[in-house]
Ligand binder design. Structure first.
Ligand SMILES: *[C@@H]1O[C@H](CO)[C@@H](O)[C@H](O)[C@H]1NC(C)=O
Ligand SMILES: *[C@@H]1O[C@H](CO)[C@@H](O)[C@H](O)[C@H]1NC(C)=O
Ligand SMILES: *[C@@H]1O[C@H](CO)[C@@H](O)[C@H](O)[C@H]1NC(C)=O
Ligand SMILES: *[C@@H]1O[C@H](CO)[C@@H](O)[C@H](O)[C@H]1NC(C)=O
Ligand SMILES: [Fe+2]
Length: 463
């Protein structure tokens, strides 16, 4: 087994240019074909609940938003029942009603979209929950995170630009095959319904069913991508993010935000800030004002790891969406450096890339200083739009590899961030073609606030 793994590593040997690595690994040629609508029928049973998914429902992880869809809005369809698992027969069952909505989009009418926020859960506890009525009751479970604190280990999965192709399926099931991941950080672009005529909204439903085996059991924290906008004025659809915000909600109000498109949550050892590439972020805009206040609220003694998610990457050296994130970088990069952000996650570009710790904040309109420089206070930028969507892989790089780019590869995959304590987090990126135990790219990340040492990349091939 060891020899087999080693030979795979040798096959994927990489080249050094400017210190950065452009992986020689060539993804097996296979079209990113979408799984058909028929692949994901509704579950059996009268008015059975479907597309069940979870996200954090409060500031600190004692709340969960449970979401599901039913074809009809019958009595009881909008109620979730939940209780602590494994606690004898006298276990207390609680019920919570959802808020329910539906929407029309061109010639499509949605089912009834239910979102129920349950609060005051015990930390670090497994819960069972049920949705549906009579013979169509369906049961799921989740585990709450540990209490927010500096030295609680916690593992995040990272998946972006997933879509619903056979490659997406590989990414999702490879992630699920590893029991380590406890919550997914998802920097945008979910269903790719907008790649179909009139933004075929049935693709939102199939995506919800595709994700359920994962999304009903662990929360996913989303940033919105361009494929969530669904802005099609020529067919009368003039309100950006309308289907997305009906289907995917979050606890933005608990972080003082006015919009579900930018918000924050604290989970275990991490403070996670979610930004919107497709909302105003110039000075005086609500998002700008919110972020300025939010960064002041971060308490590294409580949450040592500061992670930001945004859809459009700021540091990207693939020839797709090149510099689309630039205006937002200009607005916010100095704040990130001053706040010692550990990690910035982006999607959008359908490849994988990890940056050096660099910043580019010296520029003013006369001095011409516009080259990224190594900066120990800067975050590492990860572009992970490599979930496997219908648009396929981005396989053309800018050449030569810029000095800010540490590792780049045109493959589909996902990453794991295993936070060990307040100083160390093992980060690994896994390409779909490898055994899950193999990390194609990895770094033991050091916390910028408590242990701002320079990291050595690729310190772990097999974790
Ligand atoms: C399990 O049930 C007992 C008795 O009802 C209760 O005292 C205890 O707090 C419960 N355990 C948890 C983890 O809630
Ligand atoms: C998705 O992947 C799982 C796990 O490998 C497999 O069982 C399932 O058949 C796949 N689904 C499709 C539609 O290929
Ligand atoms: C621009 O930057 C240069 C050096 O970095 C500095 O000397 C100069 O004062 C700056 N100009 C303004 C208008 O801030
Ligand atoms: C933090 O975790 C790292 C990696 O597991 C370990 O080497 C280090 O000793 C830990 N620090 C403390 C204070 O336990
Ligand atoms: Fe995108």
């Amino acid at each position: 087994m060891k020899i087999f793994i080693l030979s795979i590593l040798l096959l994927s040997i990489t080249t050094l240019i400017n210190g950065g690595i452009t992986s020689k690994y060539v993804r097996q040629a296979q079209p990113a074909n979408e799984m058909s609508l028929e692949t994901f029928p509704s579950p059996p049973g009268h008015n059975a609940p479907e597309q069940v998914h979870l996200t954090q429902g409060d500031r600190d992880g004692r709340g969960m938003i449970i979401s599901w869809v039913t074809p009809l809005n019958l009595a009881g369809s909008d109620v979730v029942t939940y209780w602590i698992a494994d606690n004898g027969s006298d276990v207390k069952r609680r019920k919570k009603k959802a808020s329910t909505s539906s929407y029309k989009f061109y010639d499509y009418s949605s089912g009834f979209l239910h979102h129920s926020t349950i609060k005051n859960l015990e930390y670090d506890t497994k819960y069972i929950y049920e949705v549906g009525t009579d013979k169509s009751v369906r049961q799921f479970s989740f585990t709450t995170p540990p209490k927010v604190g500096p030295d609680v280990p916690y593992t995040f999965g990272i998946i972006g630009d997933l879509g619903q192709t056979y490659a997406s399926n590989e990414t999702l099931y490879q992630y699920m095959s590893n029991p380590k991941g406890q919550t997914i950080l998802f920097p945008g672009d979910l269903a790719y319904q907008d790649n179909h005529p009139n933004h075929d909204q049935r693709k939102w439903d199939t995506y919800g069913r595709f994700m359920e085996p994962c999304a009903a059991y662990q929360p996913i924290i989303y940033a919105a991508g361009n494929h969530e906008i669904d802005f099609v004025p020529n067919i009368g659809e003039r309100h950006p993010f309308r289907p997305y915000s009906h289907r995917y909600t979050n606890a933005f109000k608990t972080s003082g935000s006015i919009s579900p498109l930018w918000y924050s949550v604290r989970r275990g050892p991490a403070h996670i800030i979610v930004l919107s590439s497709y909302s105003g972020y110039g000075k005086y805009t609500p998002q700008y004002v919110w972020l300025e206040q939010e960064l002041k609220k971060v308490n590294r003694e409580e949450t040592p790891w500061l992670i930001v998610m945004v859809h459009s990457p700021w540091y990207n050296s693939v020839n797709y969406h090149y510099m689309e994130g630039e205006s937002m970088r200009v607005m916010f990069e100095s704040w990130f450096v001053n706040s010692k952000v550990d990690l910035v996650l982006a999607g959008h570009v359908h490849a994988y890339e990890r940056s050096e710790r660099v910043s580019n904040i010296k520029y003013n309109i006369t001095n011409g200083l516009s080259t990224p420089v190594k900066d120990p206070n800067a975050p590492i930028y990860i572009t992970i739009g490599d979930g496997g969507n219908i648009e396929g892989i981005a396989n053309s790089f800018t050449d030569p590899q810029p000095s800010y780019s540490a590792y780049r590869e045109s493959s589909f995959g996902h990453a794991l961030l295993e936070i060990k304590n307040k100083t160390h987090a093992q980060y690994t990126w896994h390409r779909n073609q490898d055994n899950e135990a193999i990390a194609a790219d990895s770094v033991m990340m050091y916390n910028r606030y408590f242990f701002p040492k320079e990291e050595t990349a690729r310190d772990c091939f097999i974790c």
